[in-house]
Design a protein around this ligand. Structure first.
Ligand code: UDX
Length: 459
């Protein structure tokens, strides 16, 4: 009998593509055939293409997508993605008559994409979803109507203590991506409908693991018993290394630089693939890092700094380059960097992938959230897991260098009441992360159950 054939359709942003690729790698290692849908413009960029037989990259036109940065325009991107529906449908139909591959058994969609249910229903194929953020955030989506009276929540001080599976938290921590402008915003109703389609018994993969989010994962399963933790996806000794990866070109020279540093002595700084920071905040961060006396490795993407012209940017970068304790690069092999023994802390925007990668490496986090669900993730890291600290940002004044310096010293510190405690708890999570992806671990077992269910579906 032909193995199940999974068609993976990610949301086209790095923080969504990475976990989708990693999930596909795991499914391929379990005997699945994978076709990975890439947007045409990304496909034409330089990226490492797989040579493994179980994978195939196929691109479909993405002329319908906005050309500008994703930033806070999530809904606009999602609406535009509807324009890709027809091409995807055509692709699935063509594959049904392709003698070289079995027909598609299941479409694995990014959970953001709202039309997956109708799409799979029309074609009579199974549907599975990948949720790339936390289980805690998924719960907010499942129970969004409960929050309606508190939105928009920016600046609100209400304490939310009624969400199943979540500890009390402040309304101002709610993700901006869930919010509506006013009571009549049609986008809000659409969001509720989108999340309703993730209930029932559709498979929802969550890139998390039991010890990282025990109560939220249990509560998510109360809503949908097929909501399963499969993480951390990037961290798996059981999968053979493959070339299945799409990412910007990594600057691996930083690993040699890290080799020359003392254990746990370096602060790694990165704001993921989308977030931006103001030029003045960047200057304060730099001053704080420099004054702390600790070495640092900072990813400064070409589009990271806002509000600086090219000359100011170049002067700023040159100033950092003169500091012998600092290294700047434009894209890091992040997982390898975090696993490096020289890294003692991660100053991060707390995107969910970065959060998971840091804690799975046992590295405490200096949290500097920018947008989306990053403030909510920060609350989980700092208040619930107690494996990080917040870098505070004043409304008007922004970030202050002396505060950055204090926080860096605190986390990198080696006395009982500071960094050591954070590091001890982060190391516990690292061990738990490792256990979960072993053959007898819970994340692994969840995937095996999915594989069995899909194979039965094929029979
Ligand atoms: C976005 C949202 O901003 C985030 O809040 C959400 O949880 C996922 O989608 P992004 O901002 O890019 O993602 O952050 P993050 O989730 O941390 O993902 C970034 C990915 O890029 C990580 O897997 C990280 O390892 C990788 N990365 C980042 C690199 O490989 N090298 C780098 O230099 C920077």
């Amino acid at each position: 009998m032909a193995p199940p054939h999974v068609l993976a359709f990610p949301f086209p942003a790095q923080g969504h593509i990475n976990p989708m690729i990693l999930l596909c790698r795991k499914l391929a290692s379990m005997g699945f055939i994978i076709t990975f849908i890439n947007t045409r413009s990304r496909h034409e960029q330089e990226f490492k293409k797989s040579t493994a037989l179980a994978y195939r990259f196929v691109s479909i036109p993405d002329d319908c997508l906005p050309k500008h940065r994703l930033g806070n325009n999530l809904q606009m991107f999602l609406n535009a993605m509807e324009g890709m529906k027809q091409d995807l449908e055509q692709l699935v139909t063509d594959m049904a008559s392709d003698p070289r591959r079995p027909p598609v058994t299941c479409v694995l969609f990014d959970a953001f994409i709202g039309w997956s249910q109708e799409f799979c229903h029309n074609l009579g194929i199974a549907r599975a979803l990948l949720w790339t953020s936390s289980a805690a955030c998924l719960l907010l989506c499942f129970h969004l109507p409960l929050l309606k009276h508190l939105l928009p929540a920016k600046g609100r001080k209400d304490i939310i203590d009624f969400m199943p599976g979540l500890p009390s938290f402040c309304a101002s921590h709610l993700p901006s991506t869930l919010q509506h402008e006013d009571e009549c915003d049609p986008g809000f109703e659409l969001r509720i409908q989108r999340f309703e389609r993730m209930k029932g018994d559709v498979w929802v993969f969550v890139n998390s693991f039991q010890e990282m989010e025990e109560a939220p994962l249990d509560a998510a399963r109360d809503v949908n018993p097929n909501c399963i933790a499969v993480g951390p996806l990037h961290f798996d000794d059981t999968v053979e290394e493959t070339q299945l990866s799409i990412s910007p070109i990594e600057d691996t020279s930083c690993l040699e630089w890290l080799d020359k540093q003392a254990p746990s002595s370096v602060v790694y700084v990165s704001f993921g693939s989308v977030a931006t920071i103001s030029y003045s905040d960047a200057q304060q961060i730099y001053k704080g890092l420099a004054n702390s006396g600790h070495a640092f490795l900072w990813v400064i993407r070409l589009d990271l700094l806002q509000g600086s012209d090219e000359q100011a940017r170049n002067e700023f970068l040159a100033r950092i380059q003169q500091n012998e304790k600092g290294l700047i690069i434009s894209w890091a092999p992040q997982v390898k960097v975090l696993e490096h023994e020289s890294v003692g802390a991660f100053l991060s925007h707390c995107g969910w992938n970065s959060t998971l990668e840091s804690l799975s490496a046992g590295v405490p986090i200096l949290c500097l959230p920018c947008f989306a669900e990053q403030v909510f993730n920060t609350a989980w890291v700092v208040d619930t897991l107690k494996v990080g600290v917040r870098i505070k940002k004043a409304m008007e004044a922004g970030i202050h260098a002396s505060h950055v310096e204090d926080m860096v010293r605190f986390v990198m510190g080696r006395d009982h009441c500071s960094g050591d405690e954070l590091r001890r708890r982060a190391k516990e999570l690292r061990h738990a992360a490792k256990r979960n992806v072993q053959p007898n671990g819970s994340s692994h077992a969840n995937l095996v159950n999915f594989a069995k269910a899909l194979k039965l579906h094929c029979d």
